[in-house]
Design a protein around this ligand. Structure first.
Ligand code: WQD
Length: 343
């Protein structure tokens, strides 16, 4: 009997890639998604890759009745909790919406897990909890800073909730994963990033510009203290990120009943915005139209990960690089164009 893992937000960008990785590792993912920031085509994409049906529940993780129905029907063995709003800018305009959804859904999930005696949870956190670190690469022991946004604060609050809950000796085993910058798409182009509206993030904006959907990329500032003046980030391939979630679920299997740990998930390398642009041009053969604009408020200058702990404890390290990620993102973007033509 395959272990059933509930993936909240499982139709989302990282959730869908994690569903594929779980299937391939012999688990049976069960997806709940309210499709507020995802599309049902992602579920079909997962099924196309793995050649199996995905059990899908459409709804909100804040819905206690629905969550209890899923746990009682499915016999869930563990949970990976992605479901959250994640637009940094939007969170500053609607902080209460972010706290209600991002923090509220975690509380409902933890109470439901307790009621049905499910102990294992992998939580989707973010490098944003580090703010602008004093030094790079950041380790898990690097102190967290004032988050740059209510979105970032919800991630810190959720980490604290999980930590305090474990300290109360609750029967729960937790791994929090601090993602750096997820990029790329599954090499099959059956799933990838589907930003609704104008992309906030760099790579989807780059691929949409390359595909002619956007006039040009605006580089938010080139007067930072970096090699070419543009910000540095640690861009990690979403397929590598998905693998780390499988390793985390496997790692929890033989841990004590009450356990907490957290890990950085990055490549350990930093790249500037202009390096991303040049790498995209190299892998796509397209020349990208861009201009230098003003800094974006809230942006930090540079952050990249020390990922030694994930390697030593989880036996995980990223395998794919920025070229792989941009090539897969570009192929994904081109596949969307093809799908549009056929629809
Ligand atoms: C990367 C770099 C921009 C767009 C955020 C969240 C993080 C996670 C990932 C959810 C920055 C520059 C961007 C553009 C640009 N979100 N840029 N022109 O801000 O590092 O991280 O998204 O999980 O938690 O904080 O990612 O892709 O928005 O920006 O120049 O049109 O690209 O200034 O330096 P960010 P990003």
């Amino acid at each position: 009997m395959k272990k059933k893992i509930l993936i909240t937000g499982g139709a989302g960008y990282i959730g869908s890639h994690t569903a594929v990785a779980l299937f391939e590792a012999g688990f049976e993912p069960v997806v709940i998604d309210d499709f507020s920031n995802s599309d049902k085509s992602a579920v079909r994409g997962i099924e196309k890759i793995v050649g199996q049906e995905v059990k899908l529940y459409e709804g909100d993780c804040n819905d206690v009745k629905l969550m209890e129905e899923i746990f009682s029907t499915e016999g869930i063995a563990g949970v990976i909790h992605f479901a959250a709003y994640k637009a940094v800018g939007e969170s500053t305009e609607h902080p209460l919406k972010y706290y209600k959804n991002n923090v509220g859904s975690l509380l409902v999930l933890l109470e439901t897990m307790r009621k049905f005696e499910v102990g294992d949870i992998v939580f989707s956190s973010s490098c944003t909890v580090y703010g602008q670190p004093d030094e790079n690469p950041v380790k898990e022991s690097t102190p967290r800073k004032e988050a740059e946004s209510p979105y970032g604060n919800t991630k810190k609050v959720c980490e604290d909730i999980l930590n305090d809950y474990v300290k109360s000796k609750a029967p729960v085993r937790v791994i929090a994963l601090r993602y750096f910058n997820p990029v790329g798409a599954h090499p099959s182009s059956a799933i990838g990033e589907l930003p609704l509206g104008v992309p906030n993030n760099l790579v989807p904006f780059v691929t949409q510009t390359g595909a002619g959907l956007r006039e040009q990329l605006t580089v938010f500032g080139d007067d930072y203290d970096t090699s070419d003046g543009t910000c540095i980030r640690d861009y990690i391939h979403v397929v590598d990120l998905a693998e780390a979630h499988v390793k985390s679920i496997q790692h929890l299997a033989d841990k004590p009943a009450t356990y907490f740990d957290l890990f950085n998930l990055g490549t350990g390398e930093g790249n500037t915005v202009l390096e991303v642009v040049k790498t995209f041009e190299k892998v796509s053969g397209e020349s990208l139209k861009y201009k230098i604009g003003p800094r974006r408020s809230g942006d930090i200058e540079k952050v990249w990960a020390n990922t030694d702990k994930a390697e030593q404890v989880l036996g995980w390290r990223s395998r794919l690089n920025l070229e792989d990620a941009l090539r897969d993102s570009w192929n994904w973007q081109l596949s969307l164009k093809e799908k549009e033509k056929m629809s």
